[in-house]
Design a protein around this ligand. Structure first.
Ligand code: THG
Length: 367
């Protein structure tokens, strides 16, 4: 057993004390913060997400705020997805690419006002990136990381719990749309979103001193539905085909390789970062693609510290980027980032630490 001590550098989330009180047993680092990953009973946590409602400390999903006359302009320059029709109160899933078309983050963009946006980021320093691009392009926009921290409620019962606390209006929220409001005087934004395909909401806390209070309001309200703690779930997200940028991608991965091409609009303006490279990649055709893997063997054998090579007829054709036991498929499943010559239905070998394991390439998502 070892302890982790939050510091100014390894920043605690406003829900950190709640996570510890709930019995957190494992955590990861994300955006230089502690992200709880387990509460000691993975099976219970998984089935609660699939059948009930699960409460997550995802304060690590930091907001990069763009504010000022050129905020909308900067948002569009940062993302190859067309944002011209995005309305105030709407959110959109937007890949961010560098000048080579490599995906460097995949935030949810929230348009709070005509001159105010948040990028709810995955694990990389978008604050630096946005500041540098804004300065180089001479834009009139302030970039900051505001005191905003999401808490997720995920699972088929999440809507009942959130409606019980907030009112039935939340049932009418469309996917990724949000509303700024208060809960017992605590300022929040409520959005239909979350990193699972089981449905649910995220409550963006806008006052970091109120984390424990907000956590407990939902914990108490959720008791009739059997609410309990959980975390972004590797098994569920893999079954559901969600991409983890930085995990499933490397420093050469473009959006087309990992099934994110539908979030790239090739006819956005020429000043969008990476768009020239993305047009070229699209025209030339991709060399790798992301497929699912179902591995032989009946016991859970997750990925270790490294990505593992995949071989087809003795030749390395790519790598397995994640691997997890699926309680619903009853197999170890994972993602392959492999040559486009590799096709669904083929049998490959994954070079695991204990030796080669046979696996079948399948279409994503699994479920
Ligand atoms: N919520 C919030 N911030 C986040 C995440 C989140 N920041 C980090 C990370 N997650 C960002 N990445 C994703 C990846 C996928 C989705 C959301 C955020 C997602 N995708 C759906 C899909 O792929 O099926 C729907 C996308 C669509 O079609 O619009 O939900 O979870 N606040």
């Amino acid at each position: 057993m070892f302890s982790v001590f939050p510091t100014a550098r390894l920043r605690p989330s406003p829900f950190y004390e709640s996570a510890v009180a709930e019995g957190m047993t494992a955590a990861s680092i994300y955006n230089r913060m502690i992200m709880p990953t387990s509460y000691g009973d993975p099976a219970a946590e998984y089935w609660r997400l699939i059948n009930g409602v699960s409460q997550w400390d995802v304060g690590v999903e930091r907001q990069v705020q763009l504010k000022g006359p050129d905020a909308g302009k900067l948002a569009q320059i940062l993302s190859p997805r067309d944002l011209s029709k995005c309305q105030v109160g709407q959110g959109k899933y937007v890949p961010l690419c560098n000048h080579r078309g490599t995906i460097i983050n995949d935030p949810i963009l929230l348009k709070l006002d005509e001159d105010l946006y948040w990028l709810s980021i995955a694990d990389s320093d978008v604050w630096f990136w946005a500041s540098a691009i804004a300065a180089e392009r001479g834009l009139d926009v302030q970039i900051s990381e505001p005191d905003v921290s999401p808490m997720a409620l995920q699972g088929p019962m999440a809507e009942d719990v959130v409606a019980h606390v907030m009112g039935d209006w939340v049932r009418g929220l469309k996917y990724f749309w949000f509303k700024e409001t208060e809960i017992e005087g605590i300022p929040v934004a409520v959005q239909r979103s979350g990193w699972s395909k089981q449905g649910g909401f995220e409550i963006y806390l806008k006052d970091g001193t109120q984390g424990t209070r907000l956590w407990n309001i939902f914990k108490e309200a959720g008791q009739p539905w059997g609410i309990g703690p959980g975390a972004p779930a590797t098994a569920e997200r893999t079954e559901s085909g969600l991409v983890s940028v930085g995990g499933d991608t490397d420093d050469m991965t473009n959006p087309f390789e990992v099934r994110l091409g539908k979030y790239v609009d090739l006819d956005v303006a020429d000043d969008v970062v990476g768009i020239q490279a993305l047009r070229r990649i699209k025209a030339e055709g991709i060399k790798r693609h992301q497929l699912g893997l179902v591995l032989d063997g009946g016991i859970p054998e997750p990925l270790g510290f490294r990505r593992e090579d995949i071989r087809l007829e003795g030749e390395i054709i790519g790598m397995m980027t994640n691997c997890v036991w699926s309680p619903r498929i009853h197999a170890n499943i994972g993602y392959a980032l492999v040559s486009v010559d590799a096709k669904v239905g083929q049998t490959v070998e994954v070079m695991r630490d204990k030796g080669p394991v046979s696996a079948t390439l399948v279409e994503l998502p699994f479920l």
